[in-house]
Write a protein that binds this ligand. Sequence first.
Ligand code: SAH
Ligand code: SF4
Length: 362
Amino acid sequence: MLKNILDKVDTKQKLTKEDLFFLLSLEKKEYIEALFQKAYEVKLKYVGNRVFFRGLIELSNICEKDCYYCGIRKNNANVERFLMPKEQAFKSAMWAYESNYGSIVFQAGEVKNKNFIRFITELLSDINKATNGNLAVTLSLGEQSKETLQAWYNAGARRYLLRIESSNEKLYSKLHPKDHSFSERLLCLKHLREIGYQVGTGVMIGFPSQKIEDMVEDICFFKENDIDMIGMGPYIVHNDTPFAKEAANMDMSGNLLLALKMIAVTRCYLLDVNIASTTALQALKPDGREDGLKAGANIIMPNVTETEYRASYKLYENKPCIDENSQMCKGCLERKISGLGEEIVYGKWGNSPHYTKRISSV
Ligand code: SAH
Ligand code: SF4
């Protein structure tokens, strides 16, 4: 059965939802190894044994949203809030540029006021000017109006990450308070696409109430929405959140393996997208991000945030690399990745092949 399904991958025979379910449910070690091996072969064919870096800058932990799972949600009073000064954010971006990272990501809590919108627009313009448009900038700043997304695109942003968190609307409403809207999130993904961004989305894996069937639907959601980039990671408890109580009675020990299987099955189904091996994998296992690369991911986001801010940007417990600086993270990842026989590509944007194909076919 497993062989039959894996033989269908990357052929004209389409994997069915039952196939995806079967693969995500694998439990025997040798079967899971066979899945990872297949996903790795697909990755070699479509994106090569190459890893692209996106320098991650955690710009601000101020958030207007109250997602039940997240450590920097509005109602967590135990967080010391910060917004990085613009000069500091610029400096971190330039560090990444001078270190020959082709790309950076600005990530922050969701803020929609005029000052913040202007702050980001000016920051993008400054970076665009200083690098002659040679640094690919990704934003991960939550839901924003179409007007704002367009203004940021005009100022130089080219990619946007907005996880759907769960493609099942019922589960989405378990993860979020009532005033957080699933349809708003879908609309935002649609706007990103219309404006011309490379669109990234993803889900959390292994949160309370999520079933394998939901994960199958998540993968189909990525396909149906023609997504270019995927960022997924295991759900990890943050003690000061409402979800910590829900999660207390659950066994979370399988979340790392489940997340790796999700990466592998997504690679086998979507073939040519960029898939990030996210930091949350490393929070559960020191070499979790290397495991992600071996399961089919091809993107790593080394943290380039100034060390002083890192501990306050805590979405979940056990966040790694909070005492390190950007240079240490670079050296550490270079050693780990070359140990896997993968090549880090410097100085290139590393667009998702899926995006390149879809643009050239217009
Ligand atoms: N505010 C923006 C970007 C910051 S949050 C946004 O929400 O899009 C980035 C991602 O962190 C979220 O999409 C969510 O999937 C993830 N995240 C938050 N809390 C988490 C937790 N407890 N465990 C795992 N991932 C978490
Ligand atoms: Fe805010 Fe994003 Fe955390 Fe939700 S997941 S509370 S939007 S930072």
